[in-house]
Design a protein around this ligand. Sequence first.
Ligand code: GRF
Length: 206
Amino acid sequence: MTSNAFKLGVLASGRGTNLQSIIDHTESGSLAARIAVILSDREDAGALERGRRHGIESRFVDPKAFPDKRAYNAELVSILQSRAVDLVCLAGYMRIVREPFFEAFPNRIVNIHPSLLPAFPGLDVQQKAIDYGVKFSGCTVHYVNEDVDSGPIILQAVVPVEDTDDAETLAARILEQEHIIYPRAIQWIVDKKIRIDHRRVVRAES
Ligand code: GRF
């Protein structure tokens, strides 16, 4: 892949299966981008291990080494900018992204969330979907703005909730769809196929 390829920066705190899906799609060529850097707030994040296995720069940045959240976010932004990242992808990143992220990457930060937003923002959402009794849940790729899980929606996939589901079985079925729609949504952005019209993401005119 040439050095002028569309560059992704991935932020992850956990096991990194969505990261893995993005890696696999970039390696197979079905996603025309490359991951320039993976950053984590957790030294033990499986995501870092996955990145290293694929020869991708994968760094733990310790939040405790910074005086406050802004300073921490500024450090992440500075690393991402120094790698000329075009799009920041949150993939199981457990911190709230704050300034200076939005001034550095306006409409250039995306996230995957395991519910059909705006239903069930926040944490433990598969359990919340079961407890509420919805018959369908799913996942959402959305732009990230200042409010948690509230940015313009790019793509969603619907997953049925079965009577026999617990949070674990539902999460697993939703995760399969996450791995499909996240790389697809990123490819739309790479291809400039979409634009934001107020809070609606619509097909860009070619
Ligand atoms: C996924 O369910 C994602 O939707 C949510 O956090 C989880 C991350 O899983 N934001 P993984 O680390 O990608 O496996």
